[in-house]
Unconditional design. Structure first.
Length: 325
């Protein structure tokens, strides 16, 4: 099967199940010449100071690659999928370990600096440690940061191995601190395991650790201050995410809590909360309460979108490329 990525000047061509150099042979990729399409090689037409391949028609330079390692997940979150799950891509059509590394090598060659591993639930991949080890090797060729988003429930099995393999940081998705709400949202009864694994990740050196919390009106918006309180003694970056109101392919704004409403709730308890200067291409508006060890942030994808400065690309588990989160 031939898959290709093309922007008019540069092309990446991927022959599934064909031979490619490994990450250790990455240097070979830098010197490949233009060759006929049928060879399965890639075209590198005079890479600019920043690659034309990773620059879109609006001048946005894409330096951040998000890789879906799997479509499978051991949760069934209400806002993500039905309780019965979703139809999955056949395993034979999913990218192998070697293919993931080979494709990422090409992107690093073109200017990708940061890689995030996601799912589904990435911890389900049996080759996860191998993937992180191979990605870590790409740091000598321009990759700067490797991170991962997980629901955290089986994190204890591999957290120390992930650190040793070269993973730089972790995001844990957590939408409630109350067992009954957590069970309702995720359709799983394991909040205690997730909380324990967050502590374990901090102890393993993943500090600060980011917490992703999707806020939903009349469900968990009454817990906002409880999440903020976590940052007092723990080096956490709690990021409140505006709920994207899709329901049966229709908009449903009733559950969305705008970022300004969340901030107002927090200010009532901590009026001295202060804004932190945003970093370039940052999707989170960061704030800190004086004296607290951690900080908080708001991802305002609905009320104040950040599409104009987005530098993310998404590689799906079956090898498709998307120009959004």
């Amino acid at each position: 099967m031939l898959q290709h990525l093309y922007n008019g000047k540069n092309m990446i061509c991927i022959f599934r199940r064909a031979f490619w150099p490994t990450a250790r042979n990455y240097v070979l990729l830098r010197h490949l010449q233009t060759v006929p399409l049928k060879t399965g090689n890639y075209f590198d037409n005079n890479v600019l100071p920043f690659s034309a391949f990773l620059t879109d028609n609006y001048g946005r330079q894409h330096t951040y690659l998000r890789i879906s390692l799997t479509e499978r997940c051991n949760f069934r979150c209400q806002y993500c999928m039905p309780e019965s799950g979703v139809e999955l891509t056949p395993n034979k059509n999913l990218l192998t370990t070697a293919e993931l590394i080979q494709i990422t090598s090409l992107f690093v060659n073109q200017g990708i600096k940061k890689v995030r591993l996601t799912g589904g639930e990435p911890l389900i991949r049996k080759d996860l440690i191998k993937i992180v080890e191979e990605l870590h090797l790409l740091k000598q060729y321009g990759l700067e940061f490797i991170t991962m988003t997980t629901n955290g429930v089986i994190l204890h099995r591999v957290v120390e191995k992930l650190k040793e393999a070269g993973l730089d940081s972790l995001n844990v998705s957590l939408d409630s601190l109350m067992p009954h709400k957590f069970a309702f949202i995720t359709r799983r009864n394991c909040l205690d395991k997730v909380l324990k694994n967050i502590e374990g990740a901090l102890a393993a050196g993943f500090s600060p650790l980011k917490i992703n919390c999707v806020v939903m009106k009349d469900l968990n918006d009454d817990e906002i201050c409880n999440f903020v309180q976590l940052t007092e003694k723990m080096n956490l970056d709690v990021r409140f995410i505006e709920y994207m109101p899709f329901q049966d392919n229709k908009w449903n704004l009733k559950k969305m809590v705008p970022y300004k409403d969340m901030l107002e709730i927090i200010k009532r308890k901590w009026p001295n909360i202060s804004k932190i200067k945003d970093k370039p291409n940052d999707t989170s508006k960061a704030f800190k309460i004086p004296g607290f060890e951690g900080q908080i942030g708001f991802i305002t994808s609905m009320s104040n979108h950040f599409c104009g400065s987005c530098n993310r690309l998404r590689l799906t588990a079956n090898g498709n490329l998307k120009k959004y989160l």
